[in-house]
Design a protein around this ligand. Structure first.
Ligand SMILES: Cc1ncc(COP(=O)(O)O)c(C=O)c1O
Length: 413
């Protein structure tokens, strides 16, 4: 049943870890005590001034926060509609928003006396961020990655190793993000006595979706204050983010969830088409189900998670976090899909027009924002989460471009 999400902040999850119909803890029993220990410790620490101070210090020094909000004037002029702004999460140390919750988990692990951080990664951004946070806090790090992604984002694999992480390639099923998550959750189940799972998105059993959202909310809090300062008191009319599990989306949305005049847009990967298996657009095409320990919306075939396709490894996931599922069900999100081809064209366009190379994941949000801006008047403002930088994708995009016989042609803008 749709839930009233007005005055959303602070209301969710409920005491059982639910966001309306979604969430909860549906992971097999052995993890129960470990998840309760995590929830209790987090509850004690989240409002502790010492914890906040340590987190703020590492965010400033290691990460480079605050990240700016930046007006894409050239692109806005070219599009000829609403003004496009970006929250520059690509400027974070290690190149994406993922480090916002990685440093939080590393700090939590140290307070809990755990010596190892475990996680999965798709695009490698979460893995590199976690490896860096683990090194900073003197912890071991174990990152699970699908064998296909291992090859595709090999530069990030090298960075993880350089930073001291043990990288575990996972060759099963589609050998991408879902299988990496299966493997990491299993490793946590076996090692929870001395390890903490630093999950890559706002997914998984309670309390993970809540903890990730809370650590990511720094993005929305900063963006709101920065936007008000830049515009002399106006909020954005539209806020846009790409979605896999929902960590960058919830991070940015958190600054605007209680402002009904701000429309929240979710850009999902349409991959190669709208048929099951060709895309990873879970909110658009999924149905209620359980994945990785939470009730949510899932792309499924015969009751099992379906195969997914996206050119952006970090978006190729057949599920979505429970809070995103609730917001979509409540009608608080405007859903959009972006194809592989459109994401690549946007990657090239933003590079040439603005001098910024966005991650292929973030290129989905930018493509959706450009389409939206073109239909809106110049007085309106669109704020996009530029969730990561595209260095990891450059070789892949250029090779694809060359293969298409366009080696020396300036890509269309
Ligand atoms: C740069 C970037 N943006 C977005 C995502 C999608 O994840 P989420 O939906 O949790 O933000 C990823 C995942 O790897 C990513 O690397």
């Amino acid at each position: 049943m749709p839930h009233d999400t007005s005055a959303h902040t602070g209301r969710y999850p409920d005491a059982d870890g639910y966001y309306g119909d979604f969430g909860g803890n549906h992971w097999p029993a052995p993890l129960g005590p470990a998840l309760e220990e995590l929830a209790t410790t987090y509850e004690q620490l989240r409002s502790s001034p010492d914890f906040r101070h340590e987190l703020d210090t590492v965010r400033r020094g290691l990460q480079g926060r605050p990240t700016p909000v930046h007006h894409l004037e050239n692109l806005s002029d070219q599009v000829g509609g609403a003004q496009i702004y970006v929250k520059r999460e690509d400027l974070n140390h290690t190149g994406a928003h993922k480090i916002n919750h990685c440093v939080g988990f590393a700090l939590l692990a140290r307070k809990m006396g755990k010596r190892t951080l475990i996680a999965e990664t798709g695009a490698g951004q979460h893995g590199v961020a976690l490896a860096s946070a683990a090194a900073r806090f003197g912890l071991d790090c174990e990152v699970h990655i699908g064998a296909i992604d291992f090859d595709k984002v090999n530069a990030n694999v090298s960075l993880m190793r350089l930073l001291g992480a043990r990288v575990v390639p996972v060759a099963s099923g589609q050998s991408t993000l879902k299988e990496a998550s299966d493997s990491a959750l299993q490793a946590y189940t076996e090692q929870h006595a001395h390890a903490l799972y630093a999950i890559g998105s706002a997914i998984g059993p309670h309390p993970f979706p809540m903890i990730v959202r809370d650590f990511q909310s720094v993005v929305g809090q900063e963006a709101r204050a920065q936007f008000l300062a830049i515009t002399g008191g106006a909020l954005p009319d539209h806020v846009v983010a790409c979605v896999a599990g929902g960590s960058n989306a919830l991070g940015l949305y958190s600054g605007f969830l209680d402002d009904p005049e701000v429309t929240l847009h979710a850009a999902e990967p349409l991959g190669k088409g709208a048929r099951l298996g060709q895309h990873a657009a879970t909110l658009t095409f999924g149905t209620p189900g359980t994945l990785h320990g939470a009730r949510s919306v899932v792309l499924q075939e015969h009751g099992a998670p379906a195969a997914v396709t996206s050119i952006a490894s970090g978006l190729a996931y057949p599920g979505v976090g429970p809070e995103m599922a609730m917001l979509a069900q409540a009608g608080r999100l405007s859903l959009d899909t972006v194809s592989d081809d459109e994401a690549v064209a946007t990657f090239l366009r933003v590079a040439r027009t603005e001098g910024i190379i966005p991650a292929l994941e973030s290129s989905h949000a930018l493509a959706s924002a450009i389409r939206l801006a073109a239909t809106r008047p110049p007085a309106e403002r669109v704020l996009v989460n530029l969730s990561g930088r595209g260095d990891k994708d450059v070789g892949f995009v250029l090779a694809r471009h060359d293969t298409l016989g366009q080696r020396d042609r300036v890509p269309p803008v």
